[in-house]
Design a protein around this ligand. Structure first.
Ligand code: AMP
Length: 403
């Protein structure tokens, strides 16, 4: 089935057309600066020079979807003769609250529930909803499926998703851990089982999704049992600009000490903290931090060491929660591309019998085992592919619906 994957932000729309049987990416691209001056459209066709890019006015998401459908069906540049060749559209939706445990066919009722979840992700869900509406306009008869960042973590047990605050905050206001990056964790856990040559039901693994945003998930038998992000993506390990978990009283202290409002403090914790803040504003990008670290820059060493330490703490606690693991897998921008980060994390795990094969660790991007044969558990690096994960889940939902 040909699945169009749509990932809509407030001013951008990423898309990818995937043949799910062969896992082939037919074409992909991006609409940028939607609703702002300087709109731009990019369209790439795999293995062909039929793609193009152009500056174009993109006043709204409807226009962006129109332009992308025109490109995909264009007699000269297109990859399908007619829009009816697209079997389904898979929409990335950031927050499904505790309402969705998996990918779901989007009906009017489901649409209302997604709208209800907007309170939990006010920056993301409204854009995702707009993407669905715009696609419906040009493809009114095509099945649309919602794939949620939060759904994979709905298997987390109550003891792990509750916070130690009065229970009524959960009952009345739904304050609990949700977790994010679900598509990535699910996809990478499956790939990890495949690399081990085992049925996913028999595998215990920890997936480290280390990108600009980052989270670590304990996966038992293909199900998420705990994850480092929480009620929001601010929780967990130190990230590019997010602080990760901290004593809540610090928020109070930061406001008192500076005279900043609560809102201003939250901005600092979201956008000026993490690697960026700890390094004294060198950068939120790990490549810059590593360069400065290699040059002996003290602030970079401080940021890097603290970053590694928080990752190791989560790995250690999840090994305990899972009662041992078969594999530890690194993925996303930093996890896939930084041998230095992997080496430093794994050097803490030597006491647990983990041995890294330095040559394998230094090799470039790609799925590989980076531990030695004697290592207590395998360590992998596996490229994540959230779009493929969305396409496969979408095809599965539509196949079930049509059965
Ligand atoms: P993502 O959010 O998954 O796209 O990851 C983005 C992050 O990956 C960037 O902030 C970079 O810090 C990091 N990154 C990408 N390439 C490298 C690399 N070769 N070495 C270290 N970090 C990298």
């Amino acid at each position: 089935m040909k699945v169009l994957v749509i990932n809509c932000g407030s001013s951008s729309l990423k898309y990818r057309l995937i043949e799910t049987e062969t896992k082939e990416v037919i074409c992909k691209g991006l609409c940028e600066r939607i609703g702002i001056d300087g709109g731009h459209f990019k369209y790439e066709v795999t293995g062909s020079d039929r793609g193009f890019e152009k500056d174009v006015d993109l006043p709204d998401h409807n226009t962006a979807v129109d332009i992308l459908i025109k490109a995909v069906t264009d007699p000269e540049h297109g990859v399908v003769a007619d829009v009816s060749e697209i079997g389904a559209v898979g929409h990335r939706i950031v927050h499904g609250g505790d309402k969705f445990t998996g990918a779901t066919l989007i009906t009017p009722e489901v649409m209302s529930v997604i709208e209800e979840c907007s309170d939990l992700a006010p920056l993301h869900n409204p854009a995702n909803i707009q993407g669905i509406r715009s696609c419906r306009k040009v493809m009114p008869d095509t099945n649309m499926v919602g794939v949620f960042d939060t759904a994979f973590h709905q298997s987390i047990p109550e003891k792990a998703y509750l916070y130690g605050i009065p229970y009524e905050y959960y009952e009345k206001y739904g304050i609990r851990k949700f977790g994010f990056h679900g598509m990535s964790h699910e996809y990478v856990a499956r790939e990890t089982a495949a690399m081990l040559g085992k049925d996913i039901k028999e595998v215990k693994t920890i997936v480290c999704h280390l990108g600009n945003g980052a989270s670590i998930t304990a996966v038992n038998g293909g199900k998420s049992v705990d994850t480092s992000m929480g009620y929001t993506p601010l929780d967990g390990i130190i990230m590019g600009t997010r602080c990760g978990s901290l004593d809540p009283e610090i928020v109070h202290a930061m406001a008192d000490d500076t005279g900043d409002s609560l809102e201003e403090v939250m901005k600092v914790l979201n956008f000026k903290s993490g690697l960026y803040g700890l390094s004294g504003n060198i950068s939120s990008d790990m490549r810059d931090i590593e360069d400065a670290y290699a040059a002996g820059n003290e602030a970079a060493v401080r940021a890097f060491d603290t970053y590694i330490y928080t990752i190791v703490k989560y790995i250690g606690s999840y090994i305990a929660v899972l009662g041992g693991i078969d594999a530890l897998t690194f993925t996303a921008g930093i996890g896939e591309n930084s041998p230095t980060v992997r080496k430093h994390v794994c050097s803490y795990l030597k006491g647990l019998g983990v041995e890294i094969d330095s040559a394998a660790n230094e090799q470039g991007r790609g799925g590989r085992c980076i531990s030695t044969a004697d290592s207590a558990f395998k360590v992998f690096t596996i490229p994540t592919d959230e779009e493929m994960s969305i396409a496969l889940s979408t095809a599965e939902v539509v196949a079930k619906h049509n059965a």
